[in-house]
Design a protein around this ligand. Structure first.
Ligand code: NOJ
Length: 506
């Protein structure tokens, strides 16, 4: 077992974590000041969404320099200090690497765009305007029904951008691009980072023919459709760069919504170390749907010897507490699933508070993908500006006085208390961290499974229904409930409260 198989990762969206310099945007110093909070929470590693210099068309997912820190967030010195202090506190740090596209303001693209004869022309994907005047193909960019191509009038060619026109796709078929990007990995690894989350990594290999996407699914952007053999070769090269360093991890954003497809991106242990498995974000709150997802994840990942990951929220999707409509029992049961299933969990900052998305008025939207709600700032304090020194760049979610860290630290029935307890429970249980997953079933809208390792056996029950459910189950030595302090047994059965989840230690 490696550290990244047992670790709980905590995703920080730096703009929304904590501001310290009064510009309303979170910064690296804000993360540094909360290292104590992260230690108390009980996570093992942080993944920070991008902090690189950027014109901010997509908030640092449009990178204009891969080897520096945007002044909004701090400096290379404040970065080094943060990494050193995290390491001293036993927390590893991974960065968000954005290899598929740069900013249109990156010097590479500016040079590429300067002339068709530019030395860097082939670093991006350029195509001639064809005689009939049609676009190079029918690919659509994300977040709109616009084409993934923009005409550069001075050179009369189109360039490809699977996201915004401000995010031109790099041409990974070009070996110089691959070498330059490998050096950006080395730059941060030399500074001591423990690995990378790799943005839309399944997108870097493109069909050399740039064939049209199927007409019958017109309307879907190209991103979730790109599943190419070329990417696997590039991933093996990336893995060997990471192999120049000890014990570092890659976790790929493989935005393909089937666990089978996701598992292929681990290669034969020579591609990604871990890959996100986003099907959980779309799975309805029903025991049978979760049983099927868990079974498919287990079988596809076991087939190739891959270690699964689990995620319920991130900076691109509605938060789990919003999807579960603020239902207290269900939100806690979801946290039980995240932290007790077999695999590496990714907890999104604020999930430990059961934070919901903010309500964003039309005039407050700043994100081109309209994902502002799930990026609302973290409320640290109950009143005033909730611990922020200035009005933050996005509004807070509803009821920050209840969902603040300060309020929940004072309430031993809060979500924060519960998540801390869950994280401690997981840390002290080899079965939960490393054990097998068996006896998976869904009966009468109750999901159950077991985790075991050596002599340790842990059972997990989740009542997805809104009614009491009686389950025949052997006595446990002790159990942890999401909704009550003690659990009673009636004639060899456990009666689950509506929405309740139990972790049972045998
Ligand atoms: C996926 C990231 O998670 C998202 O926030 C970003 O907008 C796109 N990739 C483009 O980089």
């Amino acid at each position: 077992m490696t550290w990244w198989q047992e670790a709980v990762f905590y995703q920080i969206y730096p703009r929304s974590f904590l501001d310290t310099d009064g510009d309303g945007v979170g910064d690296l110093e804000g993360v540094r000041r909360k290292i104590g909070y992260l230690v108390d929470l009980g996570i093992d590693a942080i993944w920070m969404s991008p902090i690189f210099p950027s014109p901010m068309a997509d908030f640092s997912y449009d990178v204009s320099n891969y080897c520096d820190v945007d002044a909004t967030f701090g400096t290379l010195e404040s970065f080094d200090r943060l990494v050193d202090e995290c390491h001293a506190a036993g927390i590893r740090v991974i960065l968000d690497w954005v290899p598929n596209h740069s900013s249109s303001q990156h010097p590479w693209f500016m040079e590429s765009r300067s002339a068709t004869t530019s030395e860097k022309r082939d670093w991006y994907v350029w195509r001639d305007v064809n005689p009939s005047g049609t676009l190079p193909n029918n690919w659509l960019r994300s977040w709109s029904d616009e084409p993934a191509w923009t005409l550069d009038a001075p050179t009369n060619q189109y360039y490809l951008h699977c996201f915004l026109p401000e995010q031109p796709d790099l041409n990974w078929a070009n070996v110089e691009v691959r070498q330059a990007m490998a050096n950006t990995l080395r730059f941060w690894l030399d500074r001591g980072v423990d690995g990378f989350r790799m943005d839309v990594i399944h997108l870097i290999g493109k069909d050399p023919q740039l064939a049209n996407d199927p007409e019958e699914i017109r309307g879907i952007g190209h991103v979730p459709l790109n599943d190419r053999i070329e990417t696997h070769g590039y991933l093996r090269e990336i893995r060997s760069v990471l192999g120049e360093y000890d014990d570092v991890v890659s976790v790929g954003e493989v935005y393909l919504l089937d666990p089978e497809a996701v598992a292929d991106y681990y290669g034969s242990g020579d591609e990604l170390h871990l890959s996100f498995n986003f099907a959980s974000l779309l799975t309805p709150w029903r025991a049978e749907a979760w049983r099927a997802l868990i079974e498919r994840t287990e079988s596809s990942h076991n087939r190739v010897g891959a270690w699964p990951t689990w995620v319920l929220s991130n900076h691109d999707n509605q938060r789990v507490a919003t999807r579960l409509k603020g239902d207290r029992a269900r939100i806690r049961a979801a946290a039980v699933l995240l932290l007790c299933l077999r695999g590496t969990p990714f907890l999104y900052a604020g999930e430990e508070l059961a934070l919901r998305d903010a309500h964003i008025e039309e005039h407050q939207v700043v994100d081109p993908g309209k994902r502002d709600g799930c990026r609302a700032p973290l409320p640290w304090e109950s009143s005033g500006l909730h611990g922020w020194p200035a009005v933050p760049w996005l509004p807070f979610s509803a009821e920050p006085e209840i969902y603040s860290v300060q309020a929940q630290e004072l309430d031993d029935e809060s979500m924060l208390y519960f998540v801390r307890l869950l994280l401690r429970t997981r840390r002290s249980s080899e079965a939960l961290r490393r054990g097998t997953l068996d006896a998976l079933s869904a009966v009468n809208d109750v999901l159950s499974f077991e985790r075991s390792r050596g002599d340790e056996r842990v059972g997990v029950l989740v009542n997805f229904s809104r009614e009491h459910r009686s389950i025949v189950a052997p006595a446990a030595q002790h159990e942890l409930s999401t909704v009550r302090a003690t659990v009673e047994r009636v004639e060899g059965s456990v009666v689950l409260e509506p929405g309740e989840s139990l972790i049972r230690f045998f």
